[in-house]
Design a protein. Structure first.
Length: 339
């Protein structure tokens, strides 16, 4: 009998109960009327007198040990059930909150849609570029200040590899790899080595346009830009083109639209002039066409480039450029209904 008791000591060390049923099964097996302990108690009567003391003490120890083990398992289970009860099953379910589209994406999509309706397709470019596509093929002179360390981020140890400073770099890729007629827009992120403030950032977004075919004229450019301005800012919007300079276009111009915040009367946004500059444009310089493998005697083209942050500001009057990249949910939520 001593041996049987010792085996039971071993057995109960490993008892577990992961739910109330299992616990009850243990109780029935060991502690109930017909359980093991009671059965042993009954058999105890038959134990020879000289062994009674030893077996009796051991049997009592076993009984206590099983009871203790049972209590411990019970307590453990009660704790778990309490944890489960922490879940408030009466709480109503609610739909998951969806994210909102970023204001720059909203405006970019709007611009893309307008040009897509005019037959432009989207060209993709890379942000880490080589000097050729950003500057040389775009007719920038060797000593042009835009190549300067002040403006351009260089990839260390590779003076030829840079972060693109404008999306005009996509122009040369497209011209090198496709034949006219070419009619593309290229939206994307660009980088400039600027101190970050409310009005400047070291990265921002542009959208480039390029159209090359036979007999493309400045009038075509003007017409497309007028249509864009009126689609984007309303039919009453006026445009004006001012002569300007870009290495990759000749002639070049900057385009203003009548300030859509004050309707052209003059306000702090347009600095009282009634006009706001929104893009640069011009006829693709024949040098650029030739550098990119297009016969400039046969083809002409126009190009334009605009800042997406600027257009977004005109639409939504965001005063601090940094808001666009901070991902503050309170700011982003303002555009929930503009999606
Ligand atoms: N790349 C110019 C910039 O970053 C913008 C620009 C001006 C693009 C004139 C053009 C253009 O395609 O014709 O400021």
């Amino acid at each position: 009998m001593i041996e049987q008791i010792n085996n039971l000591f071993e057995e109960i060390k490993n008892l577990t109960a992961s739910n109330a049923e299992e616990l009850e099964a243990l109780r029935l097996k060991y502690l109930s009327k017909k359980g093991i302990i009671n059965t042993l108690m009954a058999q105890f009567r038959e134990v020879p007198a000289e062994q009674k003391r030893e077996v009796g003490v051991r049997l009592n120890e076993l009984k206590n040990a099983i009871q203790e083990q049972f209590n411990a398992l019970k307590e453990n289970l009660a704790g778990k059930e309490e944890e489960l009860c922490d879940i408030d099953l009466t709480r109503t379910s609610y739909p998951t909150r969806l994210g909102t589209r970023h204001p720059l994406s909203i405006v970019k999509n709007e611009i893309v849609d307008i040009f897509a309706r005019l037959g432009f397709s989207i060209a993709d470019g890379v942000e880490v570029e080589d000097d050729w596509h950003v500057f040389s093929s775009m007719n920038f002179a060797e000593d042009h200040p835009a190549r300067d360390m002040q403006d351009t981020f260089f990839v260390e140890a590779h003076p030829d590899i840079i972060l693109r400073t404008h999306t005009s770099s996509v122009q040369s890729h497209v011209m090198e790899t496709s034949k006219p007629p070419i009619r593309i827009i290229a939206p994307g992120r660009v980088y400039r080595n600027e101190a970050i403030s409310y009005r400047a950032h070291c990265f921002f977004h542009q959208l480039e346009g390029l159209y090359i075919d036979k007999n493309v004229s400045f009038t075509d450019l003007k017409q497309v830009l007028l249509l864009f301005a009126q689609e984007m800012f309303g039919t009453g919007t006026k445009i004006r083109l001012r002569p300007s300079y870009f290495p990759f276009t000749e002639p070049s111009a900057e385009m203003d639209i009548s300030c859509n915040i004050c309707g052209g009367k003059g306000c702090p946004f347009c600095k009282g002039t009634g006009w706001v500059e929104i893009l640069g444009c011009g006829m693709v310089d024949p040098n650029v066409l030739e550098l990119c493998g297009i016969d400039s005697k046969e083809y002409t083209g126009y190009a334009f480039g605009m800042g997406i942050e600027r257009i977004t500001n005109l639409k939504y009057q965001v005063k601090d450029l940094r808001l666009f990249s901070e991902n503050d949910v309170r700011f982003l939520k303002l555009f929930e209904s503009a999606n």
